[in-house]
Ligand binder design. Structure first.
Ligand SMILES: Nc1ncnc2c1ncn2[C@@H]1O[C@H](COP(=O)(O)OP(=O)(O)OP(=O)(O)O)[C@@H](O)[C@H]1O
Length: 764
C-alpha cells in the first residue's frame, strides 16, 4: 500500500517500527532489560516487538520513555533499580554474556571516587568491548551503549537550534545521527525522512556515515556533502588563491550579489516607441515610466520581478493603445495588447531586465570592474574588488569555476528564483569550518530553523578557522536561539595518544580542554626517526604494511608535499591502497590528507612527517591535532631525523604562518604546558617528569616508543622550557596586537588592555 501523503507515510512507518518482522532474524531480540523500583520490567531492542494483541514486548531503543530510563546514573537512578545488558553472538540471536548494574550498589561503590562519571564509563564492560572492536570503512550505530550525556542531546526537542561542541571522538557524529532516528520516531506525525537533511564536509565523510541511519531503520534521509547540497551543478576546474577563496566565503558577498542583480535592471536613456498594428501612430514609454514600473518590483526575486515587469509593461502599453484609439475616435474592438508586436515587447523587456542564468550573471559580474564597483557594498575595499575581478571566458560554457564559486552560484540561483528546496530538520557535521556563505546556503534550506550543528572549535581549519561558535550561530539563528552544549568524554582515542594530542592542543587551541579519555590501550604512540631522506617513504611503507598485514584498517596521513612520492612508491611496490581524498575508504590502506581526515577514524594511523603537516598550515597545529586523534588504537609517527616537532617531544620548531589565539577557559600564564613536562616511557604510559626531548636522551632506534627520560637532561629541559615560554608569549602578544590593530583605534589600546586585565583578574 502506498501512503498518499507525508503524514500517512509516517504513520505507516511508525506501525512498521513496532512490527516484529523488522530487522534480521539473527539480530538480538533485545539487548537490555530495565527494572524499575516497583519491579516493572522493560525489554529494550533495536526495534519494538508486539504480540498478537499489540502489547509491546520489547521497546525500541528510541522510545522516549526508554531513553529517559537509560539516562539513569548511580547518582540519579530516577526510579530505575537495575539494568541488565545482554551481549549476543554476532549474527546469532544467542546470549553470550550478561552484565548487571544495580544502581544502589553502584552508588555506594563509587561514592568515594574523584570522578564517579568517568569510573562508571570505564567500568562499563559493554561499552569498552564496543570501543575495543576493530573499525571498518563505515561508522557503526551505538544504540546499545549510548551514554547518559549523549542521550540527553539525542532527546532534545525537535524545534531547537542545537549546537554540539566536543573534542575528537566524543561521539558528536554518532549522536547527531541517532538524534535524527529519535526525532523521526518521536515526531513521526510532523517529520518525514525526506524532510531531513544531513550535510557533511566531503563525499568520503558522507560515505563513511551513510549506513548508520538505514541500520537504525531510517531510509530516505537526504545525506550529502556540502557541494552536493548546492543547487548549481558546474564542474570545478579552478583553484583560488587563499585571499580570493576567503573573500568569496565572506557573508558580504551576499549583498554584492543582490546589488549586482538589481544593477542589471536598467532604464533606457530615451523614449522607446512601440508600433501598433494597423495604425499610423505608435505608443511610447519614457525612462520615467520604466522607473515607475520597476520601482516596486526590484525587491522581488529577479526572475519573478522580470515576469511581473513584462505584465506591468503590457498593461501600461494597453492603456496607451486604448487612449490612442480614443483620440482617433475609432472603436477598439479587441484587446489592445494584441495590437502590439511580441518581438518589440521581448526586446524591450530584455533590454531593461535581461534574462540571466547564474553562471552568466557571475561571469559577467567578475569580468567587469565597473559592475563590481557598482555592486560592492560600502564595506568592500578596492583591493577586495580587484581580488574578485577576472577575465571572463569568451563562452559561458568555457568559464572555469572554483568550489567557492559554487556557493556563490547557489546564492545567485536562490536570489534569482527565490525557491530553494527546504527541510524541516538539518544536521550539519564538521560545522566549525564553514564559511559564512556556506552557512547562509544551509540556513536558506531550513524551513523553520530546526537544526543540529556539530563540530569542534579546536579542529577548526581553513580560510574561516574560528575560535568560537559566535559567527556560526549568528548565521544560523533565525527562529530559535542556539543552545550550545558540550560533550566531554572521548570514546575513540586511547589515553596515551590523547596525552600526546593534548600537548599539540596547547599550540593548536590554547585554552581548550581535551576530552576526558575513557580507555587505555597499549602500546601507545610509536615514533620512527629516519636518517636519510631517500629512505623516508620506504620507512612509512614498512610501518603501514606491518599494520595492514595483520588486517588493520589503516589511515596514512601525509602532507601534500610528500604525497606524490609516497603514492608512486606504493604503486611501484604493487601495494593496494585507496585515495581517501577522492571517494570512499577501503578496508585496508587509505592515504588521506590531514584536512580530509577530519571526522574519520582508523584502527591504525601512520603520520608521515608531522613537521611538514604543521608547516603546510594554515592552522598547522590544528591539522596535526586532527591527524593524531584519528586512531582508535595504534599511532605511528614517522619523521626525518631531527625533525620531530617540539609538541610531540622532539626538538624541531616548525615555521608556521598562523598561531591560533586562546579560545575559552582560564589563561594560566604560569603554565609551561604539559609538553615540557611529560614523556612517554617504554611501555607507552606517561610519566610526569622533566625532560628535553627523546632525540637528546637516547640514540633513536628503528622503531621506538619515546624513550624514558634521564635526569642529566633536566637543566636543558629547564632552559628549553623558559625559551619556549618566552616564544609562546611573544607569539600571543603579536596576535593580541594584530587583533587590536584591526578592531580598536590606537589611542584606546592601552585603556582596552588595562580594562581586559582588570576583567580577567575579577573573573572567578
Ligand atoms: N556511546 C558510545 N558507545 C559506543 N561507541 C561510541 C559511543 N560514543 C561514541 N562512540 C564511538 O566513538 C567513535 C567516535 O565517535 P564520533 O565519530 O561520533 O566522534 P566525533 O565527536 O564526531 O569525532 P570527531 O570530532 O573526530 O569527528 C566512533 O567509533 C563511535 O562509534
Amino acid at each position: 500500500m502506498q501512503a498518499a501523503d507525508a503524514k500517512a507515510r509516517a504513520a505507516l512507518k511508525k506501525n512498521a517500527d513496532s512490527d516484529s518482522t523488522l530487522g534480521k532474524p539473527t539480530d538480538a531480540v533485545a539487548f537490555t532489560k530495565l527494572i524499575q523500583d516497583d519491579g516493572t520490567e522493560y525489554y529494550v531492542g533495536q526495534h519494538a516487538i508486539t504480540d498478537s494483541k499489540r502489547q509491546v514486548k520489547v521497546f525500541a531503543w528510541k522510545a522516549p520513555l526508554i531513553m529517559r530510563m537509560r539516562e539513569a546514573t548511580a547518582e540519579n537512578p530516577s526510579n530505575v533499580r537495575s539494568r541488565r545488558d545482554f551481549t549476543t553472538a554476532i549474527n546469532e540471536n544467542r546470549i553470550i554474556n550478561i552484565d548487571d548494574v544495580v544502581f544502589a550498589e553502584l552508588a555506594s561503590r563509587i561514592a568515594s571516587l574523584d570522578d564517579p562519571a568517568l569510573a562508571v564509563i570505564e567500568g562499563d564492560e559493554l561499552l569498552q568491548e564496543a570501543l575495543g572492536r576493530g573499525r571498518t570503512p563505515e561508522l557503526q550505530q551505538i544504540v546499545q551503549t549510548i551514554q547518559a550525556a549523549q542521550s540527553k542531546l539525542i532527546r532534545t526537542p525537535l524545534e531547537r537550534l542545537l549546537v554540539i561542541q566536543g573534542g575528537p571522538g566524543t561521539g558528536k557524529t554518532a549522536v547527531a545521527l541517532h538524534r535524527v532516528s529519535y526525532l523521526l520516531f518521536t515526531y513521526s506525525d510532523q517529520l518525514d525522512p525526506r524532510d531531513v537533511l544531513v550535510v557533511g564536509p566531503n563525499p568520503t565523510f558522507t560515505r563513511y556515515i551513510r549506513q548508520v541511519l538505514p541500520e537504525l531503520g531510517d531510509e530516505n534521509v537526504n545525506q550529502t556533502d556540502l557541494q552536493g547540497m548546492l543547487s548549481v551543478t558546474v564542474s570545478v576546474t579552478r583553484k583560488e588563491e587563499p585571499a580570493v577563496a576567503k573573500l568569496k566565503g565572506d557573508g558580504r558577498m551576499d549583498e554584492l550579489i543582490l546589488n549586482g542583480l538589481r544593477n542589471r535592471v536598467r532604464r533606457p536613456a530615451d523614449d522607446t516607441r512601440f508600433t501598433v498594428t494597423g495604425r499610423t501612430w505608435a505608443v511610447s514609454i519614457s525612462p520615467e515610466d520604466v522607473d515607475d514600473l520597476v520601482e516596486n518590483l526590484l525587491p522581488l526575486n529577479y526572475n519573478n520581478g522580470r515576469a511581473r515587469f513584462r505584465t506591468a509593461l503590457m498593461s501600461r502599453l494597453g492603456v496607451l493603445v486604448r487612449r490612442g484609439f480614443d483620440n482617433d475616435g475609432t472603436r477598439l474592438g479587441r484587446d489592445p495588447q494584441e495590437l502590439l508586436r511580441a518581438a518589440d515587447i521581448e526586446n524591450f523587456v530584455e533590454r531593461v531586465w535581461p534574462r540571466l542564468t547564474p553562471p552568466q550573471f557571475l561571469s559577467e559580474l567578475f569580468g567587469s570592474l565597473e559592475r563590481l564597483v557598482a555592486a560592492a557594498p560600502r564595506a568592500f575595499g578596492s583591493e577586495e574588488i580587484q581580488l574578485l575581478r577576472r577575465q571572463s571566458a569568451s563562452r559561458i560554457s568555457e568559464e572555469s569555476w572554483s568550489k567557492e564559486d559554487l556557493v556563490l552560484l547557489d546564492a545567485v540561483q536562490s536570489e534569482m528564483s527565490g525557491a530553494t528546496e527546504t527541510y524541516h530538520h538539518i544536521v550539519v557535521d564538521e560545522a566549525q569550518d564553514l564559511t559564512p556563505m556556506q552557512l547562509k546556503a544551509i540556513a536558506n534550506r531550513s524551513s523553520g530553523g530546526s537544526m543540529t550543528v556539530v563540530g569542534d572549535i579546536a579542529q577548526s581549519t581553513g580560510n574561516w578557522a574560528r575560535n568560537s561558535w559566535d559567527d556560526v550561530v549568528d548565521e544560523l539563528e533565525r527562529k530559535y536561539e542556539a543552545e550550545i552544549v558540550e560533550l566531554s568524554h572521548g570514546y575513540r582515542v586511547p589515553r596515551s595518544v590523547m596525552d600526546l594530542a593534548a600537548d599539540v592542543l596547547t599550540q593548536a587551541a590554547p585554552g581548550i580542554t581535551p576530552p576526558v579519555v575513557v580507555r587505555d590501550v597499549a602500546p601507545g604512540p610509536q615514533f620512527r626517526s629516519v636518517d636519510l631522506e631517500e629512505d623516508f617513504d620506504a620507512a612509512v611503507l614498512e610501518v603501514v604494511k606491518a599494520h595492514s598485514g595483520v588486517g588493520r584498517f589503516v589511515g596514512v596521513i601525509c602532507p601534500d608535499s610528500r604525497r606524490q612520492d609516497l603514492e608512486e612508491l606504493l604503486d611501484r611496490e604493487g601495494v593496494k591502497w585507496n585515495d581517501a581524498d577522492r571517494g570512499g575508504l577501503s578496508q585496508s590502506i587509505n592515504v588521506v590528507s590531514p584536512v580530509a581526515a577530519k571526522g574519520l577514524e582508523f584502527d591504525a594511523i601512520v603520520i608521515a612527517d608531522p613537521e611538514r603537516i604543521i608547516e603546510a598550515g594554515p592552522e598547522g597545529f590544528r591539522m596535526l591535532y586532527i591527524a593524531v586523534t584519528r586512531t582508535t588504537h595504534y599511532l605511528n609517527i614517522v619523521h626525518p631525523a631531527g625533525h620531530l616537532p617540539e609538541v610531540l617531544g622532539g626538538t624541531s620548531q616548525p615555521v608556521t604562518e598562523s598561531v591560533a589565539v586562546p579560545i575559552t577557559g582560564e589563561l594560566d600564564l604560569d603554565d609551561d604546558g604539559p609538553s615540557a613536562e611529560r614523556s612517554i616511557n617504554g611501555n607507552g604510559s606517561i610519566d610526569d617528569v622533566s625532560i628535553s626531548s627523546p632525540e637528546h636522551s637516547l640514540p633513536v632506534t628503528a622503531d621506538d616508543t619515546r624513550p624514558a627520560p634521564t635526569d642529566s637532561f633536566s637543566d636543558v629541559a629547564a632552559g628549553d622550557r623558559a625559551s619556549r615560554r618566552a616564544r609562546t608569549i611573544d607569539r600571543h602578544a603579536e596576535d593580541v596586537l594584530d587583533d587590536l590593530k584591526d578592531t580598536v583605534a590606537p589611542h584606546l589600546w592601552r585603556a582596552v588592555l588595562e580594562r581586559a586585565l582588570e576583567q580577567m583578574r575579577s573573573e572567578p
